[in-house]
Write a protein that binds this ligand. Structure first.
Ligand code: NAD
Length: 464
């Protein structure tokens, strides 16, 4: 596939500081499809300088003009829809239908939402004898993971630009080609030079240099909890703003009286989508003891429809496949009942894992507590609502969740008691304007919609 051999800095593609490269691999056939430059601290410094130089003028640009550039960005992304979907399929392994509907469709929606918000947002408010100005925080470091290569980028860059911040993006090493396409779209949208900059590279090298750069004002990171803790510590020591979107172990709570078949089918689909590589996936299904055996049978039937290589893509790389298989083996070793799938490779080539369902998972098991990030669902049995709540809240995470009940008010009452940032009631639809982010160790800060925009603003109060 086509790849740039430089960094996008100060409005142009510039040679990288070294000739080191990163190979991009198609996880479906394990073939190298491109190489991108492996950025160093030197590249990061050049990008941060460009972002700093561009900041005063962009911050002073009227919101209506920033909105116009974001509308143009949305249109440039839309013009590239086919190429974006093909690129996500090539570097992430997402099945074409998913690549188009979710990996391309969702970022278009989010970019469009920030074009509107930039125009409509109240960047000023009156409180008593004060006028409060919402001003951009400054230079933003955006560090993104590979699981939704374009969405993760747009969910940071679009609100940052809407707020008047300038950005340096360090995308995941597995999916840099989609990020390069995004940079092309930014360029063609007429966003001024230096407002957006891209440095590809390894996390511990380019990512770390960016997170630690003294001229960065805010670090927005999405990825693993382990790296997030380090970035939070670095930012804290430098008194820098930080937003962290980390892992999850979300509960799908099926209350008695719910439409069991629907709850189980949607629950399985939720985890199988993107091969389970979704931080908000409902990876624990909690079912009342009276309906439990039926739910297990329904889950086994539902998961059979997810055929690897067809509806389910591979995992992103060999290391992720090794990790996920390790969790499946651990589940078996710790006494969970394997009712579908297992650790064996379903296909000879590609980093595929069999869609897997465990029954009789208990809270002390590793697979009940740790994020697996693969197509693995854990069914857990509960006695009553309090027991279900204790299970739902019984991990270090709190990113998302679902509640199903015959009576919506009962589902809402349960959702209010959950320690988590998002809850879908009886299959409620994804809302690109609703704040997304975690309680507990799932993170700090919120993305999407007006709450996501507010992350990139700081207040100044004028008294009269
Ligand atoms: P990761 O933490 O290894 O990598 C994420 C990003 O951080 C990449 O760009 C990587 O290059 C960079 N990075 C790695 N080490 C770094 C360091 N020392 N300093 C600075 N940057 C560094 O995570 P991953 O393996 O790419 O993604 C999978 C994990 O991300 C899962 O645990 C998943 O739950 C989490 N995730 C969370 C969300 C969310 O919104 N909450 C979304 C997607 C993924």
């Amino acid at each position: 596939m086509k790849a740039h051999d430089g960094m996008y800095i100060g409005g142009q593609w510039r040679p990288a500081a070294t000739t080191d490269t990163i190979a991009v691999v198609n996880p479906a056939d394990e073939q190298v499809i491109a190489h991108v430059p492996a950025g160093t601290a030197e590249d990061v410094d050049a990008a941060v300088r460009a972002a700093r130089a561009a900041f005063p003028a962009w911050a002073a640009t009227p919101p209506a003009e920033r909105a116009a550039r974001l509308t143009a960005l949305r249109d440039e992304l839309a013009r590239r829809q086919d190429l974006i979907a093909e690129t996500v399929t090539a570097e992430l392994g997402a099945p074409p239908a998913l690549a188009r509907a979710v990996h391309t469709g969702m970022p278009l929606l989010v970019a469009g939402s920030y074009a509107e918000l930039a125009a409509d947002y109240a960047f000023e408010e009156s409180i008593g004898n004060s006028t409060v100005l919402m001003e951009p925080v400054g230079v933003v470091a955006a560090i993104t993971p590979w699981n939704y290569p374009l969405h993760q980028v747009v969910a940071k860059v679009a609100p940052a630009l809407a707020a008047g911040c300038t950005v340096v993006l360090k995308p995941a090493e597995d999916t840099p080609l989609t990020a390069q396409l995004f940079a092309e779209a930014v360029h063609d949208a007429g966003v001024p030079a230096g407002v957006f900059n891209l440095v590809t590279g390894l996390g511990p090298v380019a990512g770390q240099a960016l997170a630690a750069h003294e001229d960065v004002d805010l670090v927005s990171f999405t990825g693993s909890t382990a790296v997030g803790k380090r970035i939070g510590a670095t930012a804290g020591a430098a008194i820098k703003r930080v937003a962290l979107e980390l892992g999850g172990k979300s509960a799908n709570v099926v209350l008695p009286g719910a439409d069991l078949a629907k709850a189980v089918n949607v629950g399985i689909a939720n985890v199988m989508s993107n091969s389970g590589q979704t931080c908000s996936a409902w990876t624990r299904m909690l079912v009342h003891k009276d309906h439990y055996d039926e739910a297990v049978a329904l889950a086994v039937a539902a998961v059979a429809k997810y055929v690897p290589g067809d509806r389910v893509g591979p995992l992103v790389n060999a290391e992720q496949r090794r990790r996920v298989r390790g969790y499946i083996e651990k589940g078996i070793a710790e006494g969970a009942r394997l009712v579908a799938g297992g650790p064996d490779a379903p296909l000879e080539t590609g980093y595929y894992v069999s869609p897997t369902v465990f029954a009789d998972v208990t809270p002390g098991m590793t697979i009940a507590q740790e994020e697996i990030f693969g197509p693995v669902v854990c069914l857990m049995k509960y006695e009553d609502e309090d027991d279900a709540l204790a299970l739902a809240n019984g991990t270090v995470y709190g990113l998302a969740g679902a509640v199903w009940a015959g009576d919506e008010a009962q589902a809402v009452a349960f959702a209010r008691r959950m320690d988590t940032g998002q809850v879908d009631i009886n299959g409620g639809r994804f809302n690109p304007l609703a704040p997304f982010g975690g309680y507990k160790q799932s993170g700090v800060g919120r993305e999407l919609g007006p709450h996501g925009l507010a992350e990139y603003l700081q207040t100044k109060s004028l008294q009269f």
